[in-house]
Design a protein around this ligand. Structure first.
Ligand code: UDP
Ligand code: MG
Length: 309
């Protein structure tokens, strides 16, 4: 029988863990595969780890991997994927926003020859207009800037064959923009659609500050365009400055020098200063990430591992 490892990142989710266990069991019981679940505890400060342990005690199909602190979802996923050994893996959120009922369809698509089956949401329920709009811009910007096509409205929820997930595991960069990494590896990919539900319980771990950093990570790890943008702006400003300089010289030769010019001077100085700082900031974004990569730290540290049986 083909085997499936289900990898579930968990951060402070004590309320939903038991709900998740029931839902996933109900779905997987009717599936003709050898399935296991690995919860990755991403340094939860509530009782999530205890709940995982008791689920593991009651049913050995559920295992857990606990990290030494909160590393973030991308790192929790990477830890889970590194410890996977099945013929395929399914990556799913614990909050039941990714309906487990899709897994049988993913498995069917996998059997029919696809290496990656990802779930794209048809509608975003329970999310504000502002969040929908920013998400929309984000996909537009990143897809126009990088050569990798990152599917819109697609989270991490997906099934990957061993071929695909071991390829992802070979990418050891610190800057783990998972959607980008998943898209980067390629292979035969299949899109299926679903309705994303509101969270079953608990609170989202995202806020706008985190989303901004996430977006910057995504863009800087998959595109050099912002760096080139800085060069283009610099060149075009220099070009206009040159023309303006020529005009001033001509004007002085014809009309003589009249002293006024303070406002235009100020505008030019401030404008150039702003552009220089922006360009430095862009370079800084990349430099900081290179600094991070150059330290070659492990992506995560494991505290305890109880594999499922
Ligand atoms: N998560 C995690 N580490 C974190 C934040 C979140 O492992 O630092 C997990 C969380 O437990 C959940 C999934 O990642 O299973 C998605 O998180 P959340 O529901 O907060 O994100 P949203 O669905 O709002 O994008
Ligand atoms: Mg969620």
């Amino acid at each position: 029988m083909p085997s499936v490892d289900i990898i579930v990142p968990v951060f402070n989710e004590q309320e939903v863990l038991p709900l998740f266990e029931q839902r996933i069991k109900a779905v997987m019981q009717d599936c003709d595969v050898d399935w296991r679940v690995v919860f990755v505890d991403d340094g939860s400060s509530d009782d999530s780890l205890k709940v995982m342990k008791s689920i593991h005690e009651a049913d050995r199909k559920f295992g857990f991997l606990s990290l030494s602190r909160n590393f973030g979802k991308e790192y929790a996923l990477s830890a889970g994927l590194d410890h996977a050994s099945a013929d395929s893996v399914v990556v799913i959120d614990v909050d039941l926003q990714d309906p487990p009922e899709l897994i049988p369809e993913m498995i069917a698509q996998w059997h029919s020859g696809y290496d990656v089956v990802y779930a794209t949401r048809k509608a975003r329920h329970g999310e504000s207009l502002a969040k929908k709009a920013t998400a929309n811009w984000f996909y537009r910007i990143i897809n126009s800037m990088s050569k990798i096509d990152i599917p819109k409205d697609t989270g991490d929820y997906r099934l990957m064959s061993r071929k695909a997930y071991s390829a992802v595991n070979k990418l050891r960069e610190q800057n783990r923009f998972m959607k980008g990494l998943f898209a980067w590896v390629g292979f035969k990919q299949k899109q299926i659609y679903f309705e994303r539900e509101p969270r079953a319980a608990g609170e989202t771990k995202w806020n706008y500050a985190k989303l901004w950093r996430f977006a910057l990570d995504g863009i800087t790890s998959f595109s050099y365009l912002p760096l080139r943008f800085a060069t283009w702006i610099g060149l075009s400003v220099a070009f206009f400055a040159f023309i303006y300089g020529a005009i001033i010289i001509a004007k002085t030769l014809v009309l003589g020098n009249d002293v006024p010019g303070y406002p235009s001077l100020m505008v030019v100085v401030l404008f150039l200063g702003g552009i220089q700082l922006t360009a430095l900031g862009i370079i800084g974004e990349y430099l900081g990430r290179m600094f991070n990569e150059s330290k070659q730290r492990p992506l995560y540290l494991v505290d305890e591992y109880q594999p499922p049986e």
